[in-house]
Design a protein around this ligand. Structure first.
Ligand code: CUA
Length: 322
């Protein structure tokens, strides 16, 4: 996606868990290549020796039983067993190292996989302190966060390659993992388990910011958006709360309390819409409302045929939901 910068996913890791997994990946790759190289060389040597021996003595078959047995025992059993045991031990070591965060997590974020978007809930002691957003996870730099992963429908898989490994998101079961970003930035993530027609349009962004900026963001997300201040945005709010929109979406401070689709209380503060499918611009928002089924066929958002004035007012109001 154009909005994320830097090297391709998986390379250029930016968090401790992803870094350790990358080291494991490289070590196993190098071991595999070394084994392939040695076996290929032995094969070539054997082929050429056999050929040379045959050229010298066409009638005799060159077999040296003792040498062959020693080669089979060492090359076929002892050395492979040592290599595989070392690879297994290193894998187990990395797995156990990655299981524990480097410090106590500073926040717990509940992530609910839906076909085809991510609901993101910052849990808090009191319900009014809870923050609900979608497809964009803000985290403080240099501090681990704990993730609780659940699914509302089918099996998904949560994966932010530069920050941590994949974890399955399974209906009826809560999986947990932790994640930490060491550098501020925007990290792209995706669903990594085929979950239906729009699996490929189930992306998310992790926005890593300084702890102060993160606190500020969290405080701002807790506030209801400002009420409309002009006739156009007032019309927009009316369209939203009286049309089908309010049946599926919540906007804090309004009667809209639907829970089928993403919470839109602060939609204007997000970078993408439709789970990373489109950059969040007024034009894309209008296009999405008018033709969600054309953009992402099969998703739960119906195509809304609104009069042009209503659509314009609706988009103008949504743009105020900072
Ligand atoms: Cu969710 Cu693939």
């Amino acid at each position: 996606m154009a909005m994320t910068s830097g090297s391709p996913a998986m390379f250029g890791t930016a968090g401790p868990a992803a870094h350790q997994i990358a080291v494991l990946g490289w070590v196993l790759t190098i071991i595999s290549l070394a084994v392939l190289l040695v076996v290929s060389l032995i094969l070539l040597v054997a082929l050429f020796r056999q050929r040379a021996a045959r050229a010298d003595q066409p009638e005799s078959v060159v077999i040296r039983p003792n040498g062959s047995i020693r080669l089979i025992v060492w090359g076929g059993i002892v050395v492979p067993a040592i290599i595989l045991i070392c690879a297994l031990l290193f894998t187990l070591f990395v797995q156990s190292a990655v299981a524990t965060p480097p410090a106590t997590p500073v926040a717990t974020i509940r992530i609910v996989g839906h076909r085809w978007w991510w609901q993101v809930i910052y849990t808090a002691q009191s319900p009014d302190q809870q923050v609900v957003t979608a497809n964009e996870i803000h985290v403080p730099v240099g501090q681990p966060v704990r993730l609780e992963l659940v699914s509302a429908d089918v099996v998904h898989s949560f994966w932010v390659p530069k920050l941590a490994g994949k974890t399955d998101v399974i209906p009826g079961q809560q999986n947990t993992m932790w994640m930490q970003a060491d550098k501020p930035g925007i990290y792209w993530g995706e669903c990594a388990e085929y979950c239906g027609l729009q699996h490929t349009h189930m992306d998310l962004l992790v926005v890593a910011q300084s702890p102060a900026d993160f606190r500020h963001w969290l405080d701002q997300q807790r506030q209801p958006p400002p009420p409309p201040t002009d006739p156009v945005t007032a019309t927009g709010e009316r369209v939203f709360t009286r049309q089908a929109c309010a049946a599926c979406h919540t906007v804090g401070g309004t009667p809209a309390m639907g829970t089928i689709g993403p919470d839109l209380t602060h939609i204007a503060s997000r970078r993408t819409i439709a789970a990373g499918t489109l950059p969040n611009t007024p034009g894309n928002l209008a296009g999405w409302i008018a033709n969600a089924q054309g953009i992402k066929p099969g998703n739960d958002m119906p195509t809304m045929s609104l009069p042009p004035g209503d659509l314009q007012a609706l988009v103008a109001w949504l743009e105020t939901l900072q």
